[in-house]
Design a protein around this ligand. Structure first.
Ligand code: GAF
Length: 384
C-alpha cells in the first residue's frame, strides 16, 4: 500500500488530514547473525518493503491506533495506562514506542495513527522493527524531540525488549532507522558506530534473492532467549563483558577454557567466527571482491546450522539447492527457526535457481516459498 493510500485511510478513519506520513523499511541481514546482543558486528541492508504511518498529534493523553493489515477497528489507549507486557496484539509495537519515549522523559501527549506495512511478517525481515521505527520517527518529528537516529533505534529496542517482551538485539531497529539506499550498513553494535558500504550487485551482474520459506518464527519464543542466555553464560565463564571481547585469534584458547561444556562451546564458536566473517565480508566488499563474499555467507550458514543450531529443514534445503545449482553463496538470515534465506547468484542464474528451489520444496512436500530480489533501499524517512 502506497503513502497516498495510507493518507487517505487516515482521512477516512479520523475525518481530517494527517500532519504527515512516514515510512520505515524491513531489512535483510547480509552477514552477522546473533552477534548484536554479544556487542558484535552486523551488516544488514534495508528492503524496499516498508511500514507506512499517517500520524497527527493529540494533546489529551489518548493514543488511537489502526492498521490496514489487521481486522478490527481503531484501538483507543490511554497513555498513562500503558504498561509493559500487558498487550499481546500488534498494537504493543507502536504503543511500546510511545511508552518508551515517555519513559525516557519525552513529552508525547497523544496521537492518532493509521498504519499499513508491506514487510512480510514472521519472515525474519524485521516487520516489527519497521513498525516501531516508523512511529518513533513520526513522533520525533511531530513533537520536535530532536533525537538522533541511533537514539530512536535504542528506544525502539527498549519498546521491543521491555514493553513487548522479546529479548532482541539492536540490529533491526538500527537498520530500519539508519540504512541508506545503495548501501549495506556495517554496524558495531557495542557503540553503534556505523559505516555505509556501497553495494550495487546489479552493476556487477549479480543478484541477491530472498527466499521466504513461509515457516513462521517468533522471537518471544523461548529458543532465541535460550541462545542469548547461553552466550551470556559463555561471556561470564570467560570473564569478558560480551563475546565480542574474545578475539578471533584467541578463540582456541577460549574454547579450551570452557572444558567440556559443549553447548556453550558451540555458541561461543559461532559468535566469534561470525564477527570475523562480518569483518572479512566488509574487507572483500571494500576491495571490490564482491563475488568472494558468497563463500563467507555459506560458511555463516554452516555455523548457524551446526554450532548455533537455529536452522530448519526448509532453510537448509534453500541453501543446499542454491549451492548445488551454482549460487555464489547462501545462508539463512535473521533470527532463525524459519523465516528467510538469502542467495547470492549471478544474474543469469536467477531464473534456474528459483525454479530449482521451488521444485525442491514441492518434492519435499513443503509450502511453496516466496522468492524476491532484494535491492539495498532507503532507511526511515518522512514521505509527505
Ligand atoms: C532477530 C533480532 F531481532 C536481532 O536483534 C538479531 O539478534 C537477529 O535476530 C539475529 O541476528 O532479528
Amino acid at each position: 500500500m502506497g503513502a497516498q493510500q495510507v493518507r487517505q485511510g487516515f482521512v477516512d478513519l479520523y475525518g481530517a488530514e494527517p500532519e504527515g506520513v512516514w515510512s520505515a523499511p524491513g531489512r535483510v541481514n547480509l552477514i552477522g547473525e546473533h552477534t548484536d546482543y554479544n556487542d558484535g558486528f552486523v551488516m544488514p541492508f534495508a528492503l524496499p518493503h516498508v511500514a507506512t504511518a499517517a500520524v497527527s498529534r493529540r494533546d489529551d493523553g489518548v493514543l488511537r491506533l489502526h492498521s490496514a493489515d489487521v481486522e478490527g477497528g481503531v484501538a483507543e489507549l490511554r497513555l498513562d495506562a500503558l504498561a509493559p507486557q500487558t498487550d499481546r496484539s500488534w498494537t504493543a509495537y507502536p504503543a511500546g514506542v510511545v511508552w518508551a519515549l515517555r519513559e525516557a522523559g519525552h513529552a508525547v501527549t497523544g496521537a492518532d495513527i493509521h498504519l499499513a506495512s508491506t514487510v512480510p511478517t514472521g519472515a525474519g525481515l524485521s516487520s516489527s522493527a519497521a513498525l516501531e521505527v516508523v512511529i518513533a520517527l513520526a513522533l520525533d518529528d511531530l513533537f520536535e524531540l530532536g533525537l538522533k537516529r541511533w537514539q530512536l533505534a535504542r528506544l525502539c529496542q527498549r519498546a521491543e525488549n521491555v514493553y513487548v517482551g522479546a529479548p532482541t538485539g539492536i540490529m533491526d531497529q538500527t537498520a530500519s532507522a539508519c540504512c541508506e539506499r545503495g548501501h549495506a550498513l556495517f554496524l558495531d553494535t557495542r557503540d553503534l558506530s556505523q559505516k555505509q558500504i556501497p553495494l550495487d550487485l546489479a552493476a556487477e551482474g549479480m543478484r541477491l534473492l530472498v527466499v521466504d520459506t513461509q515457516v513462521k518464527h517468533a522471537h518471544s519464543d523461548g529458543e532465541y532467549g535460550k541462545r542469548r542466555a547461553g552466550c551470556e553464560k559463555g561471556a561470564a565463564l570467560l570473564g569478558v563483558d560480551a563475546l565480542r571481547d574474545i578475539p578471533y585469534d584467541g578463540l582456541d584458547a577460549a574454547l579450551a577454557r570452557l572444558g567440556d561444556d559443549d553447548e556453550v562451546i558451540r555458541l561461543v564458536r559461532h559468535v566469534v567466527t561470525e564477527d570475523q566473517r562480518v569483518e572479512h565480508a566488509v574487507a572483500l566488499l571494500e576491495s571490490g571482491e564482491t563475488r568472494a563474499i558468497g563463500q563467507v555467507l555459506t560458511a555463516g550458514h554452516a555455523s548457524l546450522r551446526d554450532d548455533f543450531r537455529i536452522s530448519c529443514p526448509e532453510l537448509d534445503l534453500v541453501v543446499d539447492t542454491a549451492l548445488a545449482g551454482g549460487a555464489l553463496g547462501a545462508r539463512m538470515t535473521g533470527g532463525g527457526f524459519g523465516g528467510s534465506a538469502i542467495v547470492l547468484a549471478e544474474a543469469s542464474d536467477v531464473e534456474t535457481l528459483t525454479k530449482s528451489i521451488e521444485s525442491a520444496f514441492a518434492t519435499a512436500g513443503f509450502t511453496t516459498p516466496r522468492v524476491f530480489e532484494a535491492v539495498p533501499s532507503a532507511g526511515a524517512l518522512r514521505v509527505s
